[in-house]
Design a binder for this molecule. Structure first.
Ligand SMILES: [Zn+2]
Length: 486
């Protein structure tokens, strides 16, 4: 009898690889598991029910890393470690021959039961370098990570079998594009252009204007212009959205302005994903930005800038993905009718200033495009043409970036800007004259101008592209008041 260790996974959006260690030595029968002897007793009963003849032994088991508790989906891994420590498995069994990660709940009769949503666990296993996994046969359709070798098991007895008897294929999934709302919009040309730039290059956008000008529909229209997720993105989306099943599209999240910090960023114990994570690889729409609470707006800076969110709970912390495209809308003042020729604004200077200040400062610096949506409706635009142009700009980027995870200019890290953005002579000259308030703003200007050049089918970025990017870098509503320092 000996020591054995079996890989398994913790559950939830912050799933991580854990292992169950067991040691067995001949002696008085005594089974204990750090903190959870009941679990071990249950699994012992299940082994006996399944016909294993358990030798007299003192057995000790626990979950590592230290501090992790045994969770229901670790039942099968605990059983596997015990069988292995008690030397009850044949050498050619999947467990001894392949050291797989094992996921599954157990009934007392020894049947393997569903283990919650598998996708986040499988993604985490693949990222940790695990090659083979044992999962419940009843959850075959959730085996969506293509890089893993799957063994589908029905009962605890299946752990005795070699891989070939259990092996099955990864489940197929379908990738879908979002429907476009753009077909029904009448937009001024400059707004339509800004929406196309935001969608083509994954640039965050703020739409400012009086009520009823279609700001929210504009923000939603971006979803229909984004390309479908690639395979890696789709898997990441699936691991956060079990409700999508095997038809995956970019998520669109529209949290209400009364949302709490936890609802937006995530948290709790066990950790739950917040809206910023639920919008990962998709669109996060914040309607009426100034109505969100100040702490919520401040807290968005990290995910907008770093594309992740750090959640601390006690001594522990979790990092969840949060690479979303932010589309925000706002009225220009509390009543909404500042500079609106149709209705008189009833707000005082002080009211307007404090309203605007709430969305300015650090967050404003992270919004690449700031667009004024005028009260007068625009001409009919052809969404079909916009779609084609956006798709072409996206394929130009794909060609430039080559293989790798980068797909959009808006996600270019600062150290790659120089390689990826070639300026023409006029572009260089223009840039020398630009006085950007911060490096972040300057980098944003370069990324946006690269996307504008892509929309214009231009390999080099000219002064006209930079000028247009600069035009979109600050709303007129902020120019009048000057940037706030909230
Ligand atoms: Zn007003």
């Amino acid at each position: 009898m000996k020591y054995a260790s079996t890989l398994t996974l913790t559950s939830g959006p912050a799933s991580a690889v854990a292992s169950v260690e067991a040691s067995a030595r001949r002696g008085i029968p005594h089974w204990s598991m750090a903190g959870l002897t009941g679990t071990l007793e249950r699994i012992r009963a299940c082994l006996v029910q399944s016909g294993f003849s358990i030798p007299f032994a003192t057995v000790l088991a626990h979950v590592t890393p230290a501090g992790k508790k045994a969770e229901p989906q670790m039942d099968l891994a605990i059983a596997a470690s015990l069988l292995s420590a008690l030397e009850l498995l044949p050498q050619n069994s999947i467990l001894l021959a392949h050291s797989p990660a094992v996921i599954g709940c157990l009934s007392l009769s020894g049947n393997i039961l569903p283990a919650g949503d598998l996708a986040p666990m499988l993604l985490s296993a693949a990222r940790a370098g695990v090659r083979t996994v044992v999962v419940p046969e009843s959850q075959k359709n959730q085996a969506v990570i293509p890089d893993l070798k799957y063994a589908f098991a029905r009962s605890i007895q299946d752990l005795m079998k070699p891989l070939v008897e259990l092996e099955g294929r990864a489940a197929r999934f379908e990738i879908k594009t979002q429907d476009s709302e753009m077909d029904y919009l009448r937009l001024p040309e400059s707004v339509e252009r800004a929406v196309a730039i935001a969608s083509a290059g994954w640039h965050s956008i703020l739409l400012m204007g009086p009520p009823g000008t279609g700001k929210s529909s504009c923000a939603r229209a971006i979803a229909g212009l984004l390309p479908p997720p690639d395979e890696t993105e789709a898997i990441e989306i699936r691991s956060i959205h079990p409700e999508m099943g095997n038809t995956i599209s970019r998520p669109v999240r529209i949290p209400h302005h009364s949302s709490t910090l936890t609802a937006l960023l995530g948290g709790g114990n066990p950790v739950r994903a917040g809206e910023v994570t639920r919008a990962h690889n998709g669109l996060l729409i914040l309607d009426e930005l100034a109505e969100f609470s100040r702490p919520v707006l401040q807290s968005l800076r990290e995910p907008v800038q770093e594309q992740i969110v750090r959640i601390s709970r006690g001594n522990d912390s979790a990092i969840l993905p949060a690479r979303f495209l932010l589309a925000a809308t706002s009225n220009p003042c509390p009543c909404g009718h500042r500079d609106d020729p149709r209705t008189r604004c009833t707000c005082g200077d002080h009211q307007i200033r404090s309203y605007i200040q709430k969305i300015t400062g650090p967050l404003l610096d992270r919004l690449d495009l700031q667009v004024d949506v005028p009260a007068a409706g625009g001409a009919e635009i052809s969404s079909h043409v916009t779609k084609i142009r956006v798709a072409r700009a996206i394929s130009r980027q794909k060609h430039r970036f080559g293989k790798g995870s980068l797909r959009f200019n808006g996600l270019l890290p600062p150290d790659r800007l120089k390689d990826m953005i070639s300026l023409s002579q006029s572009g260089r000259k223009y840039l020398e004259g630009v006085c950007a308030p911060s490096f972040r703003r300057l980098h944003s200007l370069l990324r946006v101008s690269r996307t504008i050049a892509d929309l214009d089918d231009c390999e080099e970025v000219h002064d006209s592209h930079l000028l247009e990017a600069f035009h979109y870098s600050c709303s007129d509503y902020f120019r009048i008041n000057g940037p706030g320092n909230a």
